[in-house]
Design a protein around this ligand. Structure first.
Ligand code: ADP
Ligand code: ASP
Ligand code: MG
Length: 311
């Protein structure tokens, strides 16, 4: 049985958290599974590297930015591999390039065009846990690229598809996909399951728990996966075909608010006191633009109106 596990930035944010992730990985390996781990950069490293580049120059060239940003995931992959090995389980860290993640040359927003996981398979066959740097790849002309913010999710799904993994877990600081951002809407509820189209609409609408490109990759490859908490034993949320339609809301910092399960007229009506700049509706997904400083308030109001009127 082959498992792909992805751990996000907050899950590997410091030495103690890295050691905790190592214990979770080792538990999976000791249960007799072949394990491929994808890691994000530690904590806010990617933001800090962006800020560093902008402290040096006003407009960092995108090629060099990719060289810089990929260093973040290199740090966490190496540290996690050390921590797993210290627990007595053989492990090896590999960059995106070494893992065979082939992309186009669209620096900072590259798309995976092929996965050639020969090195990963050899390492698994040698009995090692393989720890892959997320969010990065290499072009056919050997240029190092990154996959856009949140792109470690995409690395994990692409590997799960290429390796025909039996299980893919995207592990984070939240125990699944909720009906709204649980940090903004305290009575948001965890969803048991969600279909690809609904999840894609939420991700595009700003639910950063899963990167939109990861959901697209999963839908294309028919990869069902779980959004789960790094800590604890919960089932999380299954993302895949066959889930019933959900009612949920999402918001983006540019002021877009999205509702699944309502039309544009109902959305505009619900936002009464808020300034609606534009409202569109595509079937059961409606998006409006509000003043960006008021997206949290709008998300709470829409959740109360459409998801939990009696909550
Ligand atoms: P990671 O670092 O593990 O990739 P992210 O910070 O990218 O984690 O995503 C997890 C965060 O997504 C949560 O802490 C939560 O605040 C936010 N989030 C936004 N919308 C949702 C939602 N609908 N369900 C769950 N989490 C959400
Ligand atoms: N480290 C990258 C980011 O912050 C990729 C990821 O976390 O998935 O966007
Ligand atoms: Mg993320």
């Amino acid at each position: 049985m082959l498992v792909v596990q992805k751990y996000g930035g907050s899950s590997v944010g410091d030495a103690e958290r890295l050691r905790r992730v190592a214990r979770r990985v080792v538990a999976t390996a000791r249960a007799g599974r072949r394990v491929v781990v994808v890691v994000s950069a530690m904590g806010r490293t990617t933001d800090e590297l962006h800020a560093l580049a902008r402290a040096v120059v006003t407009q960092p060239p995108r090629r060099e930015l990719d060289m810089l940003l990929t260093a973040g995931e290199r740090i966490s992959m190496a540290l996690l591999s050390m921590a797993v090995q210290e627990l007595g389980v053989a492990a090896i860290s590999l960059t995106g390039s070494q893992s065979g993640i082939i992309t186009d040359e669209n620096h900072t927003e590259a798309t995976i065009v092929d996965v050639r996981p020969r090195r990963i398979l050899e390492s698994l066959d040698a009995g090692r846990v393989v720890i892959v740097a997320g969010y990065q790849g290499v072009s056919r002309t050997l240029e190092v690229t990154t996959l856009g913010r949140g792109g470690s999710d995409t690395t994990a799904i692409a590997l799960a598809a290429a390796l025909r993994a039996d299980l893919c877990e995207i592990c984070s600081d939240v125990d699944g996909v909720y009906t709204a951002d649980p940090r903004v809407v305290p009575d948001a509820r965890r969803l048991e399951a969600i279909g690809y189209d609904d999840m894609l609409a939420l991700a595009r609408g700003g639910a950063r728990v899963l990167a939109a490109s990861a959901v697209e990759t999963a839908a294309r490859g028919g990869v069902a996966f779980y959004a789960r908490a790094t800590e604890g034993e919960g089932e999380g949320t299954r993302v895949g075909a066959g889930a019933p339609p959900v009612v949920a809301v999402a918001a983006r910092c540019d002021g877009a608010v999205t509702v699944l399960g309502a039309d544009a007229a109902a959305l505009a009506a619900a936002l009464g006191g808020v300034d609606v700049r534009d409202a569109t509706s595509d079937g059961r997904v409606a998006t409006a633009f509000v003043d960006p400083t008021r997206v949290d308030e709008a998300q709470r109001r829409l959740h109360r109106r459409f998801v939990a009127p009696n909550g």
